[in-house]
Ligand binder design. Structure first.
Ligand SMILES: *Cc1c(COP(=O)(O)O)cnc(C)c1O
Length: 220
């Protein structure tokens, strides 16, 4: 468990170093500790080490793990970084502070419905499939502008930024650069990009949220 604390210190140091060499303020970058497949004990070790922002990629797994910890630590912030089925939207809105994976109109419509019923929506990021991979969720780069407009104008949703997961077998840098370009074009400030193997590169390209799992908690 103390290894988790040591890993967090190491990653925070590397983020700060990457930020400084890119001329950025390290305080602009939020480390999202991705806890999927690990249990409450590991989460607690990270919390004890000062970590407050966590990511999960399944609603159901998060429901089993986080409500008790959130009650105990009211300043925890929980991010959904995995695909969201429309029938889980209500649960997700209740549990998460940020959703990184808005990727289709049917989900936007579901979120609009929840908003109209008085729910406070989490911060929303649109997932972009920068590598146009068939098996990957996300809006295609060339369709992202229209989708953001639809979210804003048709569904009345506020979009805070964009998220991507580059193809695992490619240099991620061009994908990070593309996400940054699409965000700029659409007046969006917040970028969610970078994982254990490439978060420093993502920081160079302007990441606000880096999503790091195995480098903190170990191999899954
Ligand atoms: C699992 C996951 C991560 C973290 O991956 P690591 O390589 O373990 O750092 C980041 N983003 C998403 C969307 C994930 O599903």
């Amino acid at each position: 468990m103390t290894e988790i604390a040591a890993n967090l210190t190491d990653i925070r140091t590397r983020i700060a170093k990457a930020a400084k060499s890119a001329g950025r303020d390290p305080a602009e970058i939020t480390l999202v500790a991705v806890g999927k497949t690990f249990g409450p004990e590991e989460m607690r070790a990270a919390i004890d080490a000062g970590q407050r922002v966590f990511g999960e990629n399944r609603v159901q797994e998060a429901q089993g793990k986080w409500p008790a910890l959130k009650a105990e630590f009211p300043d925890l912030e929980l991010h959904l970084i995995g695909p969201l089925q429309s029938n889980k939207a209500k649960d997700a809105v209740e549990l998460f502070d940020v959703i990184h994976t808005l990727d289709r109109a049917s989900l936007a419509k579901e979120l609009q419905k929840l908003k109209e019923r008085g729910r406070r929506l989490p911060k929303l990021l649109v997932q972009v499939n920068t590598g146009a991979e068939d098996q990957k969720a996300g809006v295609l780069p060339e369709e992202t502008g229209a989708f953001i407009k639809e979210c804003r104008e048709t569904y009345g949703l506020e979009i805070a930024g964009l998220m991507c997961i580059p193809p695992f077998d490619e240099n991620p840098a061009p994908h990070f650069a593309l996400l940054e370009k699409i965000a700029k074009r659409n007046g969006l400030a917040e970028l969610s990009m970078g994982m254990s193997s490439d978060f420093e590169s993502a920081v160079t390209f302007g990441a606000k949220y880096v999503r790091v799992g195995s480098a903190i908690f170990g191999a899954r």
